[in-house]
Design a binder for this molecule. Structure first.
Ligand code: ZN
Length: 181
């Protein structure tokens, strides 16, 4: 059975649910299609578009559910990356709420501040430059919100990815937004 061509113009990711309907991960549409074609998963929600091959046409999957339950060791921590920090902070500076371009350590690293979710924020370049090696308290600045590690199933499954609106039935995206705010 030859694999159909999957055009890059279509939504390129699909959400995978466990047999129990619990969201597991995000995979490429190609991978999700292979799961469906090999009967390891069924399509729950169609995406946009149809896959054509010589022998069949198949709606592009947006959400698939595994036919057999798999036990997955969960990652409990969201990796600390620049993209994830920007996603958590909605791309806004923690000090002035303007568009952020940089990452700032609230307690500067030179003064023992850790590279951890609780001590990193997105910041605009002017605020970051002005702040330098000082703490917000020394400048009389206040953080918009205390930085925290992101939590929740949506973060675990999505990481820094933008969710497809078709996945909203399965991921509590409102919680993610609340945590990111
Ligand atoms: Zn700023």
């Amino acid at each position: 059975m030859g694999m159909p061509d999957i055009r890059p113009s279509v939504s390129s990711a699909a959400l995978v649910l466990n047999a129990s309907y619990e969201p597991l991960c995000v995979v490429s549409v190609r991978r999700a299609t292979i799961l469906v074609l090999s009967a390891k998963a069924v399509c729950v929600t169609d995406g946009e578009g149809i896959l054509h091959s010589e022998r069949y046409s198949l709606p592009i999957p947006s959400v698939v559910r595994l036919t057999r339950f798999v036990r997955v060791p969960y990652r409990t921590h969201v990796g600390l990356s620049r993209r994830a920090i920007f996603a958590r902070d909605s791309g806004r500076c923690a000090y002035c709420r303007g568009p952020a371009e940089t990452i700032d350590h609230v307690l500067p690293r030179s003064r023992g501040g850790g590279h951890a979710w609780e001590n990193v924020v997105a910041a605009c370049a002017p605020c970051n430059h002005t702040k330098g090696d000082r703490t917000p308290a020394e400048l009389g600045w206040r953080l918009h919100a205390a930085p925290m590690a992101p939590r929740g199933i949506a973060w675990r499954v999505l990481g820094h990815r933008a969710p497809d609106p078709r996945w909203s039935d399965w991921l509590d995206l409102s919680a993610q937004t609340a945590e990111a705010a």
